[in-house]
Design a protein around this ligand. Structure first.
Ligand code: ATP
Length: 317
């Protein structure tokens, strides 16, 4: 349904998207997750034919972005980061305008207008000026324009940004409802959004895909690793990092900081198969350090995201 092959985009000397490839099947809700500047909006602008990539290729609904951009645009409903609304119009006037722009006429125009008002729960505000709507209702109106022409594919750029918690829940429910019939690709930097809404996720960082799969898959893969919060008491602890990291059970020191004159705290990533805790205990004893805390931690999706965006994930060498 959506195929991207080695897509890249340069803004002058900035390579915002660096040769990424992915497939999205019909009926999937896929999240593009990444920190600010990861390239999410750029990918969406390429897929919606708002701009061409600098290299690579893509097709949307089996139409090529270079040879069939009009067909691509007809197949897509797009909600950009800032919904393209006219504050001086009321909701129905705006949606009528968008229906006309999408070429709808006669009975199907009327039917689609009624459908989007109902699907997005905006009948109550149909005659209210857009400029006077709450952010949640404005976002619903933006979604209504995105689906007015019954597109196969929905592309939603950070659809819940700026909404309050109740509005966020409502918009996520609406996206899930729409996702039962449509292929949806949405961008977000909110991890919970992906967990709540998406079947699959592409995690982006600095223009590259660093992990992909279901949130469970990515979590399972990462949970092979154990984190340990370790506090030691002793002298010369500033020299401990080097010998600690040489232990077979210690994969990496994620953080090392002095907490008192004779105490140091370490945040460690352990090698799962080795009996790392015992090895660390023996090492501490033989070096004359006292262990004042040794607390195993579990990865949350948030840890996974931070870890991947720092270490480079599937593109790391
Ligand atoms: P955000 O979550 O902040 O919207 P994003 O993941 O959507 O970020 P993009 O907006 O695609 O990221 O931007 C990717 C990179 O490209 C950033 O470094 C950004 O500054 C840069 N960039 C985006 N648009 C342009 C432009 N028109 N000209 C120059 N640089 C740009």
């Amino acid at each position: 349904m959506i195929v991207a092959s080695d897509l890249g985009k340069l803004y002058g000397s900035i390579e915002a998207v660096k040769g990424i490839s992915f497939n999205i099947e019909k009926g999937e809700i896929v999240g593009l997750l990444g920190p600010n500047g990861a390239g999410k909006t750029t990918i969406m602008k390429i897929l919606t034919c708002y701009m061409f990539p600098s290299y690579g290729d893509a097709s949307v609904n089996d139409y090529n972005i270079f040879t069939d951009p009009l067909k691509v645009k007809q197949s897509i409903g797009y909600l950009p980061e800032n919904a393209p609304l006219y504050p001086d119009l009321n909701v129905i006037e705006y949606l009528e305008f968008m229906a006309d722009a999408r070429g709808l006429t006669g009975a199907s125009r009327k039917e689609r207008l009624e459908y989007v008002l109902d699907a997005c729960s905006i009948e109550d505000v149909a005659y209210r000026g857009i400029g006077k709507l709450s952010k949640g209702y404005r976002q619903r109106t933006g979604l209504a324009q995105a689906i007015i022409h019954d597109p196969e594919i929905l592309i939603l750029d950070e659809p819940t940004t700026g909404l309050d918690p109740n509005q966020i829940i409502e918009i996520r429910e609406l996206i899930k409802k729409l996702g039962k019939e449509k292929t949806v690709i949405l961008s977000t930097h909110i991890l919970q959004e992906v967990e709540a809404t998406c079947g699959r996720v592409l995690i982006l960082n600095e223009g590259k895909i660093i992990a992909r799969g279901t949130t469970e898959d990515i979590g399972r893969e990462m949970k092979g690793e154990v984190l340990l919060d370790l506090t030691l008491k002793g002298t010369n602890l500033e020299n401990a990092d080097k010998s600690l990291v040489s232990l077979s059970g210690v994969k990496k020191i994620l953080n090392s900081k002095k907490v008192e004159d004779t105490k140091r705290n370490f945040h460690l990533s352990l090698t799962p198969q080795a009996n790392a805790e015992e090895e660390i205990f023996d090492w501490a004893v033989s070096n004359g350090y006292k262990i004042t805390a040794m607390i195993p931690e579990k990865f949350s999706l948030e840890d996974i995201f931070i870890k991947l965006t720092h270490e480079g994930g599937e593109n790391a060498n």
